[in-house]
Ligand binder design. Structure first.
Ligand code: HMG
Ligand code: MG
Length: 299
């Protein structure tokens, strides 16, 4: 009798990037202590996540909740095989990420000019120029790079965003050499139809295996949109336990799609992730309770 573990069918495997420590917390007014953030990351790696967005190396004035990025990174328990990723808006953020030993970085752009200005204080074209040396250096150092395109399905300031506008930014990021691209519905206005339209436009410029979907769930459509992506062959999604999250620069945007709901969808459709759904439920209850208890922490 063979004792070998059955091989995972790659076509039935979906990778989830757990973004609660970063996207989940960045908009929370209750300042969580470093201990809680470290415990969150460690519980996520123990639950089987292989990719975790831990924090952001951004201006502490812009995102006070993540001002402790370096300390959090230095205290997490590194589990072999887990990729610990961080957001880096510019060369300074990249230097912080490298010093902290991040395995992957995220350069985050936008398909909307106004959102780009509000979020990272520069135009789309300027943002791409800021990303270029960061992507080059990360690639040379063997650090995984993903590019994110925000407002791919709509903008809180400009309204509709065309798939062509998204594809333009995608083309630039692909040419720069990012390993992976994340198409983000920042304010949750996408529908399965508009999601399919934007993904089709993007897939003209890149391989489906490098595509990731990042959906906020403002109108309860994130799961349907992920379903549409699965039909297109997309096999990587961001999610956040208990659906926590939002962007401080996207008024009205609520949380990311809940990891619990994504796991349920994937199980129903016969996909596997290697993630312990029961453990995720426990983590979700724990972090949600902490956030609703509103424990102020001395700054
Ligand atoms: P800027 O104004 O162009 O940069 O900001 P600057 O060089 O003029 O510096 C401004 C201040 O920031 C200075 O400090 C710098 O030292 C400091 P001051 O002199 O005012 O005290 N600074 C930094 N500090 C720490 N780390 C750095 C850094 N760079 C400059 N790396 C900048 C540009 C991007 C830095 C700023 O606008 C910023 O930090 N924005 C935060 C953006 C952010 O984190 N947004 C949320 C994440 S994106 C998101 O949620 C969307 C996503 O989930 C997908 C989706 O849903 O759409 C990914
Ligand atoms: Mg987001």
């Amino acid at each position: 009798m063979s004792t070998m573990t059955p091989a995972v069918d790659p076509a039935r495997h979906v990778t989830l990037v757990e973004v609660s420590p970063r996207d989940g917390l960045q908009n929370e007014k209750v300042m969580l202590p470093v201990d809680v953030k470290v415990e969150l990351v460690d519980r996520l790696s123990a639950a089987g996540f292989t990719r975790i967005e831990v924090t952001s190396f951004v201006s502490p004035k812009a995102v006070p909740q993540l001002a402790d990025a370096a300390e959090v990174m230095s205290r997490i328990k590194r589990v072999p095989g887990v990729r610990y990723e961080v957001l880096t808006p510019n060369a300074r953020g990249y230097a912080g990420a490298v010093a902290a030993g991040a395995d992957g970085i995220v350069v985050f752009g936008s398909a909307s000019e106004t959102f780009s200005q509000r979020n990272i204080n520069c135009s789309i074209a300027e943002s791409l120029e800021r990303f270029r040396p960061v992507v080059r250096d990360a690639r040379a150092a063997g650090v995984a790079v993903r590019g994110t395109v925000s407002c791919a399905l709509g903008c809180p300031y400009e309204g509709a965003v065309s798939p062509e506008a998204v594809a333009r930014v995608v083309r630039e990021l692909v040419a720069m050499g990012v390993d992976e691209l994340s198409i983000a519905d920042t304010i949750g206005v996408g529908t399965p139809d508009s999601t399919r339209a934007v993904m089709h436009a993007v897939l003209e410029h890149m391989d489906v295996n490098k595509l990731n979907g990042h959906f906020h769930d403002t109108y309860g459509r994130a799961i349907a949109n992920i379903g549409a992506c699965l039909d297109l062959g997309i096999r990587c999604f961001d999610a956040s336990v208990a659906g926590i999250g939002g962007c401080p620069f996207a008024p009205g945007a609520t949380g990311n799609v809940a990891t619990e709901s994504v796991l349920a969808l994937l199980a129903t459709r016969g996909f596997e992730t290697g993630i312990d759904a029961k453990a995720v439920e426990g983590i979700g209850r724990w972090i949600r309770a902490l956030l609703t208890q509103a424990v102020p922490v001395a700054q």
